[in-house]
Design a protein around this ligand. Structure first.
Ligand code: GAL
Length: 378
């Protein structure tokens, strides 16, 4: 019987992967899980990526016959606690959560543990709770490293005799990922800061000093304008803004367009591949973005949740079962303050104006009528 169940689970995962590699083809509905409901909590609708994640997850579960309760929490940790509390009272069978603030959910999730409801952290680790058993994300440190290495390679930092001015723009302090992104980038660039090749004119060199509340474009724009006003007056050029993601990169690009007097175009990094930022990349206003295929992330999350719902225990074996999607199983990197959480980590990659076609190849983007900018493929 156990073997049969395992085979059924494996088949279901294969189906999910197949549907993913066939891009947007609907997979066939199964009827066995129609009674189970998945509670999916996403941070906000404000950012393009969470809408994509939410929709992708919803359709994966619904196509497999589950019911889905998908809620977005307006980037508000209190609202997300209420939303999750509501899902628990409504009797969901599993929680899949991308936390607004990973430090605030412990009490609510104790309620899930009492009811034996599995909790899977999606993209962002949930801290200080023993209710959490699995984590599905991208390799967050690598995201930051890719951004740092891009700067290092573009400016030939190991061999150059020039000096450059750099500023860092990080994510929200309540998002556990944000520190990983910052540290990943900072560690790559630190030797060049230490040897005087890179200067941080603002002096802001800690994560806390450069964090952006809520990851919003508006806050990033406001902070960048303040930095320009305080540290880039006269003819001091700014050469690099190491932005942790695309929403903050957009704010920085706006601030530079309105308030920067220099004639150079600074390198701006990003993450996510948001449409507005891909346009900026074509227009030369942003240099790169680190792309994380959230549809693949959703497929892996589905695979983990499916096993849990079937009463199986996801192990390292599962990581190898996602076909084209490269996933690393890691039980030693992400400690949530209570224990190391078993993690399934996908692999991010760099997108610049020279390889935008790679995004079209995913099936989720298409060229516009003039073959100039990318749009979301319907
Ligand atoms: C991170 C996520 C990024 C980015 C950011 C802002 O946790 O990994 O992809 O979207 O949040 O929401």
């Amino acid at each position: 019987m156990k073997k049969l169940l395992a085979a059924a689970a494996a088949l279901a995962i294969c189906c999910s992967v197949a549907s993913c590699s066939e891009k947007k083809n609907d997979s066939q509905k199964t009827t066995s899980n129609t009674k189970k409901t998945i509670g999916i909590a996403m941070p906000s609708k404000e950012l393009e990526r969470w809408n994509n994640d939410g929709e992708s997850l919803k359709s994966q579960f619904e196509n497999a016959g589950y019911k889905v309760d998908l809620r977005f929490s307006e980037n508000n940790a209190d609202k997300q606690n209420e939303d999750i509390g509501g899902m628990l009272s409504d009797g969901v069978d599993l929680l899949l959560i991308a936390a607004v603030d990973g430090n605030t959910l412990s009490d609510t999730l104790a309620g899930a543990k009492d009811k034996n409801i599995p909790v899977v952290a999606y993209d962002r680790l949930i801290m200080n709770t023993d209710a959490l058993t699995y984590y599905v994300s991208f390799d967050n440190l690598t995201v930051g490293k890719l951004q740092g290495e891009y700067v290092k390679n573009q400016l030939h930092l190991t061999s150059t005799t020039s000096e450059y001015n750099i500023e860092f723009v990080a994510g929200d302090e309540g998002d556990n990922n944000a520190r990983y992104f910052y540290n990943g980038a900072y560690d790559v660039l630190k030797p060049f800061i230490d040897n005087g090749t890179l200067h941080i004119q603002s002096g802001k060199n800690t994560f806390e000093q450069v964090a952006t509340l809520g990851w919003t474009t508006e806050n990033a724009e406001k902070n960048m304008k303040a930095t320009l006003a305080s540290s880039y007056t006269g003819d001091t050029p700014i050469d690099i803004v190491l932005c942790a993601n695309d929403s903050t990169a957009l704010g920085v690009a706006n601030a530079l367009a309105s308030d920067y007097k220099g004639s150079n175009t600074p390198i701006i990094t990003g993450q996510d591949g948001d449409i507005a930022n891909l346009k900026n990349i074509v227009d030369g206003k942003q240099s790169m973005t680190v792309y994380k295929n959230v549809h693949d992330e959703a497929a892996v999350a589905f695979g983990v949740c499916k096993q849990l719902l079937d009463g199986e225990i996801p192990t390292s074996k599962l990581a190898a079962s996602f076909g084209d999607i490269k996933v690393n199983y890691d039980s030693e990197s992400y400690n949530n303050g209570v224990r190391y959480v078993q993690s399934y980590l996908l692999v991010p990659y760099v997108i610049t104006k020279d390889n935008l076609q790679l995004l079209v190849d995913t099936g989720f983007f298409k060229w516009d009528g003039e073959n100039k900018y990318l749009e979301a493929a319907e």
